[in-house]
Structure formats: structure tokens, C-alpha cells
Design a protein around this ligand. Structure first.
Ligand code: HEC
Length: 127
């Protein structure tokens, strides 16, 4: 019986492991990958709303969802890590500055919660 204990412990631990595929909250209802707000922790939903408004003005969020599904920035092909995310966000801020007159510039303050959200997606994508 005592010999069985390690294997039982192993089995229990194995069952507690998260599923091995990514857990990025993305769905595909036949119109390309879209973020699924309902699968986000409630504490991130407000930040998600800001992200949705700010980041979908020039392109769809499918581009962003895809990066977390493939582990690659879809246009530049850079591997998706925290550095790539930070420099992409800086790029997007610069691009948005051209739309300042329309009040569509993304400020430093506004980018912080978006970066936190991206970190969350990144963590979920590498599980
Ligand atoms: C002012 C317009 C504009 C806004 C606002 C904008 N983007 Fe972009 N985005 C672009 C353009 C244009 C590209 C195409 C690539 C390039 O020109 O660098 C792009 C490309 C991307 C890429 C692919 C980058 C790569 O290296 O493959 C990602 C990811 C992305 N945007 C995410 C975001 C996020 C997240 C936000 C919100 C913070 C955002 N975008 C807001 C214009 C915008």
C-alpha cells in the first residue's frame, strides 16, 4: 500500500495541472478570433473595455487576438514576448498621436492598464 502513495500523489498533482493548451480568452464564431470578455477575470473587464475602444480604431482586434494564439506579432513576425508587446504599444501610441486633433491619441496613462491586460493575455498564452 505504501508503495502506491507516490503514484497516487503524482496522479493527484497531474489532475491539478492546468490544461496544456493556451487559455487566452479568445473565441472564433466563424468570423475570425475575437476576445471573449466574459472569460476575463471581472477585475480586468474595465481595462478590456478601454482596450477595445482605443485599439480597434485603426484595425480590428483580431490582429491582437491572433498574436496571442500564434505567439507571433502578425505583421512583423516578431516572437511575442514582453519586449515585443511593449515596443508594439509604444508604436501604437506614436501612430495614435497623429489623430490627436480628433481626441483619439492614446496617452501614457491610458496605455498602462492596456499593458497590464496584454501581460495577462501573454501569461495565459504560454500555459
Ligand atoms: C492610429 C492607428 C492605430 C491605433 C490606434 C492602434 N494601431 Fe495597432 N497597428 C496600426 C497599424 C497601421 C499597424 C500595421 C503595422 C505598422 O504599421 O507598424 C498596426 C499593427 C498592430 C499589431 C501588429 C504588430 C506587428 O509587429 O506585427 C498589433 C499587435 C497591434 N497593432 C496592436 C494594437 C494595440 C494593442 C493597440 C491599442 C493600444 C493598437 N494596435 C492601436 C495602427 C494602429
Amino acid at each position: 500500500m505504501n508503495k502506491l502513495v507516490p503514484s497516487l500523489v503524482f496522479l493527484v498533482v497531474l489532475c491539478m495541472c492546468p490544461v496544456s493548451h493556451g487559455a487566452v480568452p479568445v473565441v472564433n464564431r466563424g468570423n475570425g478570433p475575437q476576445f471573449d470578455r466574459s472569460r476575463l477575470p471581472p477585475s480586468l473587464r474595465k481595462d478590456f473595455d478601454a482596450f477595445e475602444i482605443k485599439c480597434s480604431r485603426c484595425h480590428s482586434l483580431e490582429r491582437v487576438a491572433n498574436s496571442f494564439l500564434t505567439g507571433m506579432a502578425p505583421i512583423s513576425g516578431r516572437p511575442l514576448d514582453l519586449d515585443t508587446i511593449k515596443s508594439t504599444l509604444l508604436d501604437m501610441m506614436r501612430k495614435s498621436a497623429k489623430h490627436k486633433a480628433k481626441g483619439q491619441e492614446i496617452s501614457k496613462e491610458e496605455i498602462k492598464p492596456i499593458l497590464a491586460l496584454m501581460k495577462y493575455f501573454l501569461d495565459e498564452s504560454v500555459k
